[in-house]
Design a protein around this ligand. Structure first.
Ligand code: SF4
Length: 335
């Protein structure tokens, strides 16, 4: 499984040239994806190895995901939340900032401050400045939108990204748009929410054993994040999955885009993703075995997205959505 192992791994922020370094003796090296996503180390296009350092010269980079996840966890503990100087200089607490989050509250606060994607930051702020006529008297949130729900959730709902005049306006996932109207009404009927509507932060809404997140936390133009933006935002989802791991039992994924985005994050968070990867479909259900201690078997449910395109055309009816939520709730052991 592990090839070309090294006995001592030196990890440094190469953009700032080794302001701090960590040495580990796992006999392991991180995968190229881990290095890229978490440490912004530049890899050579020819060899796939770090361009500007010889210290991993004997690495093969062929790691199974659960080993990569173990290293991520160890790195996070070792660095004790010290930010990467390079990340701070770029105005992006995201890449390494997520590793500082030791609780869901910290994570939600850090997400809201993220400015890692220039295009999305410009778009969310432009939407907040120009506004839709119906909301011209409101102050838009205009920032990355944190996830919603308790830190010990057993059920996680994964969407796509906030809407420019929904979550980007209200500062809460799925709150203030038609998609949210459908979702929260179904969650209420399924016994997962305290009220059938969600209009603004502070409206009294509570979720029961359930959390709502998205692979991308900023509103994208045309509701379409680029693959780069999806990958840049993935570390927030990985961190969230890690923090929820002790209680998490089921995930409902709204739409094929979220389905595609979720599985790499699950692999990096300590679950075994089957190969070939399960295909998305409404009502599809699959189980993932834990690959790390502290995780339990996870059941993933596919559900059409609650977009107006799906709900207006009847592709997704309220009964279909409620049916998936009720099944997921029962599988999660929620009453
Ligand atoms: S999409 Fe994610 S990574 Fe990009 S700015 Fe928003 S929160 Fe940060």
């Amino acid at each position: 499984m592990i090839e070309g192992a090294v006995t001592q791994l030196s990890v440094c922020d190469l953009r700032s040239c080794a302001r701090w370094q960590a040495y580990f003796s796992f006999g392991l090296t991180p995968s190229p994806t881990t290095l890229r996503n978490w440490w912004s180390i530049k890899l050579s296009a020819e060899t796939g190895k770090p361009r500007n350092s010889g210290w991993l010269a004997s690495s093969s980079f062929r790691w199974p995901p659960h080993i990569a996840a173990r290293v991520i966890t160890a790195l996070a503990q070792f660095t004790e939340g010290k930010p990467s100087p390079g990340a701070v200089a770029n105005g992006s607490p995201g890449q390494n900032g997520s590793m500082m989050c030791r609780s869901i509250d910290e994570l939600d606060g850090a997400v809201a401050d993220c400015r890692a994607c220039a295009r999305l930051v410009a778009w969310r702020e432009e939407a907040a400045r120009v506004k839709r006529a119906a909301y011209r008297d409101e102050t838009y949130w205009g920032r990355a939108v944190p996830s919603l729900g308790p830190a010990d959730a057993r059920l996680l709902v994964v969407g796509l990204a906030p809407a420019a005049h929904g979550g980007n306006r209200t500062g809460r996932m799925f709150t203030g748009d038609r998609s949210g109207d459908v979702l929260f009404a179904a969650m209420y009927r399924a016994g997962l929410a305290s009220q059938p509507d969600s209009t603004r932060r502070g409206d009294g809404l509570r979720l029961f054993g359930t959390r709502i997140t998205a692979p991308v936390h900023c509103a994208p133009p045309d509701n379409k994040p680029t693959p780069d933006e999806r990958d840049r935002c993935r570390h927030w989802l990985i961190t969230e999955l890690g923090l929820l791991a002790p209680s998490l039992r089921t995930i409902v994924v709204l739409g094929g885009w979220g389905w595609q985005a979720l599985f790499p994050a699950l692999a990096e968070s300590g679950w075994t993703v089957p190969r070939p990867r399960p295909k998305f479909g409404h009502g599809v259900r699959c189980s993932l075995a834990p690959a790390l201690p502290g995780r339990a078997e996870l059941t993933i449910f596919g559900c059409y997205h609650v977009s107006q395109q799906n709900t207006f055309t009847g592709r997704l009816t309220p009964a279909m959505l409620e049916g998936v939520l009720v099944e997921a709730k029962s599988t999660a052991g929620l009453r």
